[in-house]
Design a binder for this molecule. Structure first.
Ligand SMILES: [Zn+2]
Length: 243
């Protein structure tokens, strides 16, 4: 059992998957080496020869530091026992080998600038603000847009037009504005306000709490998005459609 953030994990691998701290990864890597050598943790810690695990910690940290220079994108490192006889001794569960453990790095966070905030009308008429960002390379792709969800989200993160912000990819896929950097705020930034009229059909918008909506059932933006939804994979799954 591995205790991590007060939660007991059944095995080292699962705990490694949950940790975002390289020091924790070091402790867990040591435990993995213990398992491989068949020694208890106390025996292991007393054995100076086995302090090679410190090298594992350093290696995991150094791979992270040099991530940018690698020819491909990575989101973690895998620690493996390289002695084949030890691998055999450790065996495997139905799902994974016990002699390997994955360590996932915390998401990459980068600064950029909010150049504009645009609003889009969704299928149900709800308006979603989106940040137009100065392009930034993040976890393998160039990010230039990020959803801002609603007005509450923008207020909570104190995002102004023209602000410096930090961005990350949630689950390494969807770009997300983490926070604004008010200490770097240039003069003349503008606080964002929702439009009063639909950007697509011009109808007066309705506001309910943090939600702003276009109630016009003939709003072209909503009609087009409804058709796209109707033919999409999750509904009718129509392969082609023409007008
Ligand atoms: Zn509309």
């Amino acid at each position: 059992m591995v205790k991590q953030y007060g939660v007991l994990y059944q095995d080292t691998r699962r705990a490694l998957l949950q940790t975002e701290n390289v020091q924790d990864a070091g402790v867990l890597a040591r435990m993995l080496v213990c398992q491989a050598s068949g020694k208890s943790q106390a025996e292991f810690l007393a054995d100076r020869d086995l302090y090679a695990s410190e090298k594992i910690v350093q290696e995991v940290a150094s791979i992270n530091e040099n991530r940018e220079k690698l020819p491909c994108d990575i989101d973690g490192a895998v620690i493996k026992v390289n002695d084949l006889s030890q691998r055999e001794k450790m065996g495997a569960t139905a799902k994974f080998p016990r002699w390997a453990a994955a360590y996932k790095y915390p998401p990459e966070i980068k600064p950029t600038v909010v150049e504009d905030i645009v609003v889009q009308v969704g299928r149900t008429g709800v308006l979603t603000p989106k940040a137009v960002l100065a392009p930034v390379r993040l976890a393998g792709t160039t990010v230039s847009r990020a959803p801002l969800h609603n007005l509450d989200f923008i207020r909570e993160r104190d995002i102004h037009l023209g602000d410096y912000v930090t961005v990350q990819k949630a689950g390494d896929i969807i770009p997300e504005v983490v926070r604004s950097l008010p200490e770097k705020r240039p003069e003349g930034t503008v606080e964002f306000t929702m439009p009063t009229h639909c950007p697509d059909c011009g109808s007066v918008l309705v506001t309910e709490g943090p939600i702003t909506r276009c109630d016009n059932s003939e709003c072209p933006a909503q009609l087009i998005k409804n058709i796209i939804h109707f033919v999409s994979r999750n509904t009718k799954y129509i392969h082609s459609l023409s007008f």
